[in-house]
Design a protein around this ligand. Structure first.
Ligand SMILES: Cc1cc2nc3c(=O)[nH]c(=O)nc-3n(C[C@H](O)[C@H](O)[C@H](O)COP(=O)(O)OP(=O)(O)OC[C@H]3O[C@@H](n4cnc5c(N)ncnc54)[C@H](O)[C@@H]3O)c2cc1C
Length: 468
């Protein structure tokens, strides 16, 4: 099989669909509708949307036209200055416009409850989550006659006489060559490729869970293909965005974000983190990653009945598995498979440290200064003794939301080579681009998909129109 499309977009997540829609809008506006665009998608139509489909898609926005305070400063500080500041600045500058554009496609935004009962920065959410965005964009793209080729997986870039000439794809019918003039890679990270994860990550990866079925489709071919033609790598290849999930649940994003109100212990029945150091939106990622260095890469969140008095506590529970309940530390240890004496000592010592130091009223929705000191590690906030029995506990493992390592692009979404020169005809947007290092600045990844997808779409359309 051999076919031709002027522009091929790889991936039908928020980045790829924003690319395709902005591209076709640009072509219509310029009166060059004869230029053809195709979107390739590895999944079936029903599962389209990649990770974007499964996310609540929190956006780091104060409102539809203003990014959250310190947007640029936070992104640069969290990466210790390693993120490309030019990319961050354009993201901040164009985020309001991208939201306005998504609004024109029929997406509504509201300040809805999130999984974080306490948060340092506001988040705006699309009503219906990422799925609503993906479905609106895909319908719109198709309404322009753009083909979305499902169950078609990009494999490699094909060059002829030094010029980008096409791509090789895998389909249920076999391998095919699609000829093209421009390619936009928007195929996500490599969270769905255990071999790549093992190549880059420092710890065993077989216990790492993908947080949603979407990530399973992201196997990193786009990254490898771009690197193979000389693209520059960017982003922290041996790190990823993490969330704590209940391994018993098969739900997407089966999080338990209640540990600030209790304790976290490992398989030895011992605490290993300050559960209340900061608001949970600032700590959950680091704490989730710390599970990877605990025995069996597993932790247990133990609370008492006080947790159910916290307003909207259920928003912090994505798991559909019931908590383990027990009237005594020994019974809890038995049920969780933990050493009894160690867990009893941990709870007793923690309760004593809370009783000695608690000064203020328990204020679950902001940092309340109730600290547990004189134990190691201490706890900085929400340290209330676990005395409202029975205990409730959830097992937790670290899940992978998306990988950080990817390819370098400039602010025009052009893929850069290792001398920082754009590779002609090759663009990339979304998770496939390497931006993050260290701590993830929450609620920016979906946004960058929309912002840089639109930029990629417009530029690819211009590139092909100029080339004739
Ligand atoms: C549960 C969950 C919660 C999240 N929460 C947030 C949040 O609140 N805020 C936020 O900003 N971010 C969040 N994220 C991250 C964010 O959703 C993603 O980083 C972003 O949506 C990625 O968009 P994308 O278009 O780059 O990739 P994706 O949406 O993953 O799309 C990539 C597409 O490419 C396809 N594909 C992959 N390889 C190939 C191939 N070889 N050939 C053809 N197609 C291919 C995939 O099937 C997929 O459809 C969350 C992610 C998850 C899973």
């Amino acid at each position: 099989m051999e076919d031709h499309y002027d522009i091929i977009v790889v991936g039908a997540g928020v980045a790829g669909l924003s690319t395709a829609l902005a591209g076709v809008e640009q072509l219509v506006e310029a009166g060059t509708e004869d230029i053809s665009i195709a979107v390739l998608e590895r999944s079936s139509r029903e599962m389209r949307g990649g990770s974007s489909r499964w996310t609540g898609a929190y956006l780091r926005m104060a409102d539809g036209s203003t990014v959250s305070d310190n947007f640029i400063e936070d992104m640069m500080a969290f990466s210790e200055g390693y993120s490309d500041e030019k990319i961050v600045r354009r993201l901040a500058a164009e985020a309001p416009d991208a939201l306005d554009w998504l609004g024109q496609q029929g997406v509504a935004f509201e300040h809805l409850p999130t999984i974080f009962l306490t948060a340092a920065r506001p988040r705006l959410l699309p009503v219906g989550g990422g799925k609503a965005v993906v479905e609106r964009l895909a319908d719109k793209v198709e309404s322009y006659g753009v083909e979305i080729l499902y169950e078609t997986a990009f494999q490699r870039l094909v060059y002829e006489d030094g010029r980008l000439a096409g791509i090789e794809v895998g389909t249920p019918q076999g391998t095919a060559l699609l000829k093209t003039k421009a390619v936009v890679l928007a195929s996500g990270g490599f969270e769905g490729n255990p071999e790549m994860l093992a190549r880059y990550f420092p710890h065993p990866v077989h216990r790492l869970r993908n947080i949603s079925p979407g990530g399973e489709h992201n196997k990193g071919e786009g990254i490898e293909a771009a690197l193979a033609v000389g693209a520059k790598p960017a982003g922290e290849f041996n790190s990823f965005h993490a969330e704590p999930v209940d391994p018993r649940s098969r739900m997407p994003e089966a999080v338990v974000m209640l540990f600030p109100y209790g304790i976290l212990v490992n398989k030895l029945g011992v605490r290993f983190a300050d559960e209340g150091e900061e608001t949970i939106d600032e700590t959950y990622e680091r704490i989730s990653r710390s599970f990877l260095t605990q025995p069996g890469q597993t932790a247990y969140c133990i609370c008492d009945q006080r947790v159910f008095e916290i307003p909207n506590y259920h928003h912090a529970l994505g798991t559909d598995a019931e908590p383990v309940t027990a009237a005594t530390p020994e019974e809890l240890a038995e049920k969780l498979g933990l050493p009894k004496a160690a867990l009893r000592d941990t709870i007793e010592n923690y309760n004593k440290a809370c009783a000695q130091n608690a000064t203020a009223a328990f204020l679950p929705l902001r940092k309340d200064g109730n600290a547990a000191r004189g134990i190691a590690p201490g706890k900085s906030n929400w340290a209330m003794p676990l005395t409202k029995l029975p205990y409730v506990a959830w097992p937790l493992v670290c899940s992978i939301v998306f990988t950080y390592g990817g390819i370098a692009t400039d602010t025009e979404s052009q893929v850069l080579d290792r001398d920082d020169r754009p590779i002609p005809g090759l663009y990339a947007a979304g998770e496939i681009t390497g931006l993050y290092y260290g701590k993830y600045p929450g609620a920016t990844s979906f946004l960058r998909g929309a912002v840089y997808g639109r930029i990629a779409g417009r530029n690819a359309a211009n590139f092909v129109a100029d080339r004739g």
